[in-house]
Design a protein around this ligand. Structure first.
Ligand SMILES: Cc1cc2nc3c(=O)[nH]c(=O)nc-3n(C[C@H](O)[C@H](O)[C@H](O)COP(=O)(O)OP(=O)(O)OC[C@H]3O[C@@H](n4cnc5c(N)ncnc54)[C@H](O)[C@@H]3O)c2cc1C
Length: 329
């Protein structure tokens, strides 16, 4: 089995920057990501929001930041494995590790955990009729926006991500109906104002979905007004359930690492309680921790400086400046 110097668990912003740094500094690097795409929370939770606090970008859409990070990482050709969740860990006789996902085994000398909030499990719709249409018109993970071109779309939810997706989908869709069971949204009022003024958006508060219908793919949704109990059948070619995601550390909890409130406790240079296993980004906990992208970038640099020294004791002393490396740009 091919052995890697460092295997990064999680392809969010911190894991991606880690992949760029590790490969740039000559480490044989692999990234394992449980979702079908890289980008972590930037892509999954708030792709259409601007981020203002990442160094070098006065304002950048989260999805654009994710794609810059992906470009930066891929430039140095790390191995990327998508659609695989790391579950189990085994220590080999020489101190290296084997990582198990649902369909593969990976061998690595060190591990860098950048699994953020854990693997994202979407909150599911309670209506039993919804299940048959998942990925057949009903989406918990939003497909590329071109998918909604000229369609009648329903978005379900009342938080920031429901509001953001409604606004984004309205760019291409024929019409978007935003359904929320309460009277008030939990997201930004400025986005609600934009949606209220949008010619192709209808907002339905105090409204719930009763039933999802169609022959193979979604065709209509029955809505009910929670105040009047009036029912209405809406022709709908696509629906997005933006009800939030449940963070789950999954089986990483069983690895014997020191945990604190669902995060992995690190000390010194982002070292966990097991040799050769490091953590950075949202998953890493220490006193005074700020969960920010900028913090994660610094942490992953620290972690990799020490991983490099762990892999080759002649290289202790941190990462050399990249400006001293000869790279064809
Ligand atoms: C609405 C919102 C707005 C935000 N705005 C800002 C902002 O303006 N500025 C800022 O600095 N921060 C912001 N944040 C926080 C920021 O997004 C996080 O700090 C950042 O995403 C953390 O990056 P990460 O790489 O550590 O983790 P994540 O982005 O959570 O990525 C972790 C990745 O690991 C994968 N994964 C998890 N478990 C496994 C496993 N077992 N096997 C394989 N893969 C796994 C996940 O699928 C995910 O892709 C915001 C967060 C939210 C929700």
């Amino acid at each position: 089995m091919e052995r890697f110097d460092v295997t990064i668990i999680g392809g969010g912003p911190v894991g991606l920057f880690g992949a760029a740094l590790a490969s740039l500094h000559g480490m044989k690097t692999k990234v394992i990501e449980s979702l079908p795409q890289l980008g972590g929370q930037l892509y999954t939770l708030y792709p259409e929001k601007y981020v203002y606090d990442v160094a070098g970008f006065p304002a950048i859409l989260a999805k654009d930041l994710a794609s810059q990070l992906i470009d930066q990482a891929l430039r140095y050709h790390p191995t990327i494995c998508l659609n695989q969740t790391v579950n189990r860990l085994e220590t080999l006789a020489d101190g290296a590790y084997q990582l198990y996902t649902e369909n593969e085994t990976h061998e690595t000398r060190t591990i860098l955990i950048t699994s953020g909030l854990g693997s994202f499990t979407p909150r599911k719709l309670p209506q039993p009729s919804a299940e048959a249409f998942v990925e057949h018109g009903l989406y918990y993970f939003v497909p590329p926006l071109a998918h909604f071109q000229d369609k009648r779309v329903l978005v379900i939810g009342g938080g920031d991500s429901a509001l953001d997706w409604t606004l984004a989908i309205a760019d291409t869709a024929a019409q978007v109906v935003l359904v929320h069971r309460r009277g008030e949204f939990r997201g930004q009022q400025s986005t609600v104002n934009q949606l209220q003024a949008h010619p192709r958006v209808t907002i339905r508060t105090f409204t719930e979905c009763l039933e999802f219908r169609g022959q193979g793919t979604l065709e209509e949704v029955v809505l009910v007004d929670r105040q009047t109990h009036a029912e209405e059948t809406l022709a709908t070619e696509a629906a997005v359930a933006a009800l939030g995601f449940l963070p789950d550390l999954g089986r990483l909890k069983e690895w014997g690492l020191t945990l604190q409130a669902g995060s992995i406790v690190v000390e010194g240079p982002m070292r966990t309680s097991r040799p050769g296993i490091y953590a950075a980004g949202d998953i890493a906990a220490y006193e005074g921790k700020e969960k920010l992208i900028a913090t994660g970038f610094g942490e992953v640099g620290n972690a990799l400086g020490h991983i490099r020294g762990y892999l080759d004791p002649t290289k202790r002393g941190g990462l050399p400046h990249s400006s001293n490396i000869k790279i064809h740009v």
